[in-house]
Write a protein of this length. Sequence first.
Length: 135
Amino acid sequence: MKVQVPKQYGPLFEAFKRVFAVKTIGEFTEIETAIGFELIREQTGMQRREFKKLFRLIQVSEGKKRWKHEKIIVEPKRDKLLFIRLSNEERKLVKALAKKRGESPAEYGRNAILEKVLNESTKEDLENSSKEEKT
């Protein structure tokens, strides 16, 4: 997934450089990533009007953006399936923990897997997986 924002908003993405490919191209900052992310208005220090403007200016290819309760959520296109088998007790535990966090079991499972992926992978691993998927 590629995300473009006007260059003036580039500093918001400096913290993502550990995981995402972030570069400036002309008047835009481009973020290339295999995973989604959230920007939370309070953490950016922006006023609501400016944050909404940023939302409108974000361009996403191979993914989508959405606005939810003072957050900008950017997600890759999710058109691939991964099937896993769980015991009945594991399934109950996943459902209970997902409910506690306000997520569906699928969201909870995806987030748990991606958290592990992020903890165990390097930036190069993520960049290579993004390139491999295109071929």
